[in-house]
Design a protein around this ligand. Structure first.
Ligand code: TRP
Length: 339
């Protein structure tokens, strides 16, 4: 949780797909709520996505789509700083500089790189670095730069990104050890949301909703598509009249996150009493999602339209971000004797 002394929080979002309901409940909504007390910075880590997204049209579309989603979900571009990583060239200069202060051994231990080597080992490959490019290897350095160049106090991240935030503090320390306190001493701290429980949605196959399982429900699909996807969610064969356990139903679990507490309670008791069938429950979910998401979807569609204000908003964000990044880079350049 944010504390009173906390000032600036930074959230990085990698554009690797169309936003789905799981992203909204698990990441977008909590991030917007968590940061509402601090000065918040949000950015789209489009260069980070290059380690896996190799289709220029997709990268462009996902970057816009992620930006439009966060804005539609309530991110206020006036009160916050919201930009695309690629619009802040200072980041890439600092990336080189800090790579000269990032121990290779530290990167050898970074979990994504280690996982890639483990996969090669399991596959019996002789070269454990097969398929590993320097972007994957340097990923944590670029992320450290994202954090340090904005002089952030807090970095809300999932458990999987904790190590990277610690690396940012290490790398800043390595630089400071040579040149004195160039990076501020209030080293960035990760904020990991409390146990994910209650924030994970089941997908259309009942497993956790995730792009890698191909079981997602898109956040802004038109009603007809939403209906098709909701129909796919598995249910058991309990007949309509019989009582049902809402807590073992994926449909009900999704509903809970979008319906009002009163509506959730009423559906729960109808299921428990018997007489409400799964088809009926799916219709309720569909109507609820449609109602709840319609206003956001309208804003999203408007922002996604060519020539919308999206580009303008991101350009304003980029200049705010650059104004913040420049003095940090300036200090660093001065310290090392360049410029
Ligand atoms: N690595 C993060 C992810 O995969 C995205 C990210 C890039 C990030 N730079 C960041 C997150 C800086 C927080 C701070 O989700």
């Amino acid at each position: 949780m944010l504390t009173a002394e906390a000032k600036v929080s930074l959230t990085g979002i990698k554009p690797t797909g169309e936003p789905h309901l799981g992203n909204y409940i698990g990441a977008i909504k909590p991030a917007l709520e968590l940061a509402s007390g601090a000065e918040s910075i949000y950015f789209i880590a489009d260069h980070h996505a290059l380690t896996s997204v190799r289709d220029p049209e997709l990268l462009r579309r996902w970057t816009r789509s992620v930006a439009a989603t966060w804005l539609a979900a309530g991110l206020d571009p006036e009160r916050t700083t919201f930009y695309r990583q690629s619009d802040v060239p200072e980041i890439f200069e600092l990336h080189w500089i800090l790579s000269c202060f990032s121990a290779k051994g530290l990167m050898n231990r970074a979990h994504a790189y280690k996982a890639a080597r483990d996969r090669n080992r399991e596959a019996g490959s002789e070269d454990l670095d097969a398929g590993v490019n320097m972007g994957l290897f340097n990923y944590p350095v670029l992320m450290a730069v994202d954090i340090l160049i904005m002089d952030t106090d807090l970095v809300p991240v999932g458990k999987d990104q904790l190590q990277h935030v610690e690396y940012a503090a290490d790398i800043a320390g390595a630089f400071n050890a040579v040149y004195g306190d160039t990076f501020s001493l209030k080293l960035p701290k990760a904020v990991v949301p409390q146990e994910d429980s209650g924030r994970t949605l089941p997908g259309t196959d009942g497993r956790k909703m995730s792009k890698s399982y191909d079981n997602t429900i898109p956040l802004f699909a038109p009603t007809a598509e939403l209906r098709k996807v909701v129909r796919k969610i598995p249910t058991d064969s309990t007949p309509v009249e019989e009582p049902k356990d809402p807590d073992t139903s994926a449909v009900f679990q999704i509903l809970q996150h979008f319906a009002t507490p009163e509506d959730t309670a009423s559906v729960r008791s109808r299921l428990e009493a018997g007489g409400m069938g799964w088809g009926d429950l799916k219709n309720t979910l569909l109507v609820t999602l449609d109602d709840r998401l319609a206003p956001m979807r309208e804003r999203y569609d408007a922002l996604m339209a060519p020539g919308s204000e999206l580009d303008e908003l991101l350009a304003v964000g980029a200049s705010k971000a650059r104004a913040r990044a420049k003095p940090v880079l300036e200090q660093v350049r001065k310290a090392i004797g360049i410029g």
